[in-house]
Design a protein around this ligand. Structure first.
Ligand SMILES: [Zn+2]
Ligand SMILES: [Zn+2]
Length: 355
């Protein structure tokens, strides 16, 4: 079969012929119908510092956001059938460690990530443990089904656990208008947030327009607003500040802004990944503000997936998520897809299985 393989510890990747994966007894073999490009894939493609340290297995087929059709099942598979349409929960866990046994599977100590630690989905077919196969509505568009994984990241940032405070009627800021930030805006509006404030770096018209399309009540350009940014948002909340701030940019300035615009007793979810350690005045940002802070990684397994399914069942929400996919290109043009994302002129880029 054809696959996009990171064959050398350097920039780029090769599209080559490889053997079709052999599945284990508890795995399913999936034929890819759509994949999408994640920031992680860009790091792997670019071979940046993160990738150099993180990637142990080379050569590897990368890619992890996917939708496809099950074409073979292992002997011990009971819940999935040939012909089922599935997406992948990309965190493959051991089910036995301390975290797994205490309802925190998404941070399993022995976790393997699809397309990072084991062969991923930028291929014609891939192997997946049954436990990680999320059965899709057979009628859902494969492109949309493929972006449920990052959509789940957005949902987890908004609803990091059961009985978290209501979103309905609350003022929320989303810092960073990349694909996950954009999807978060749509989720927040669906959940009844009072006002959603979105901030976008530079003067990124594509992303600012998309943020509006997602339903943001106010979209602020970080570049244009400069030092006024926090005040503009606080002023729009009768001087109270936001109840919830979602940091989705990985920019150290945005973290400080998130806490500055937070109302005392409010909550911050941190999802963006920072290049270096970040300086923050913890006394004023967290302690005296009595702020609650969540680190967001992956999706709760599998509560988040059920929440995503529920949201996608709403036509108006589905339409917005569809709009986040700005490009659908053949996977043989993957390099073009990588460049589109790097230019920040794209939302989500979906790759179709055209080799
Ligand atoms: Zn991803
Ligand atoms: Zn575990």
């Amino acid at each position: 079969m054809s696959a996009v393989v990171k064959s050398k510890r350097q920039f780029g990747a090769d599209i080559i012929k490889v053997n079709t994966p052999k599945i284990k007894e508890s795995e399913v073999l999936v034929e890819v119908e759509a994949t999408s490009i994640c920031g992680t894939d860009i790091h792997i493609w670019d071979w940046n510092e993160w990738a150099q340290h993180r990637m142990k297995k080379i050569p590897i087929i990368f890619g992890h956001e996917v939708a496809g059709k099950v074409v073979e099942i292992g002997k011990n598979v009971t819940g999935i059938q040939v012909g089922d349409r599935v997406s992948a929960e990309t965190h493959i866990v051991d089910n036995t460690c301390y975290q797994c046994r205490t309802d925190r599977k998404h941070v399993c100590k022995n976790m393997e990530i699809l397309g990072v630690d084991r062969d991923g989905v930028f291929a014609e077919q891939f192997a997946l443990p049954e436990e990680n196969a999320w059965r899709n509505d057979p009628h859902i568009d494969p492109g949309i089904a493929s972006i449920q994984e990052p959509l789940g990241n957005a949902v987890q940032a908004i609803l990091p656990k059961e009985h978290v405070e209501d979103i309905a009627g609350k003022n929320v800021a989303v810092l960073g208008a990349g694909p996950i930030g954009l999807m978060a805006i749509a989720v927040l509006k669906e959940l009844g947030a009072a006002q959603v404030f979105a901030t976008a770096g530079g003067l990124n018209k594509v992303r600012m327009d998309l943020a509006k399309r997602m339903g943001a009540d106010m979209v602020l350009s970080v570049k244009e607003e400069g030092n006024r940014l926090v005040k503009s948002i606080v002023d729009a909340t009768e001087g109270n500040g936001v109840d919830v701030a979602l940091e989705m940019s990985g920019d150290p300035h945005a973290v400080r802004q998130a806490f500055d615009m937070l109302t005392p007793g409010g909550r911050v979810s941190l999802l963006g990944i920072f290049e270096n350690s970040v300086e923050l005045d913890l006394n004023n940002a967290v302690v005296f503000k009595s702020a609650t802070v969540y680190g967001i990684t992956g999706r709760r397994m599998f509560e988040t997936w059920f929440q995503v399914r529920g949201l996608l069942a709403k036509p108006s929400f589905l339409e917005k998520i569809e709009a986040v996919i700005t490009h659908r290109i053949p996977i043989r043009d993957i390099e073009k897809g990588m460049n589109l994302i790097k230019s920040k002129q794209a939302g989500k880029v979906v790759l179709e299985p055209k080799w």
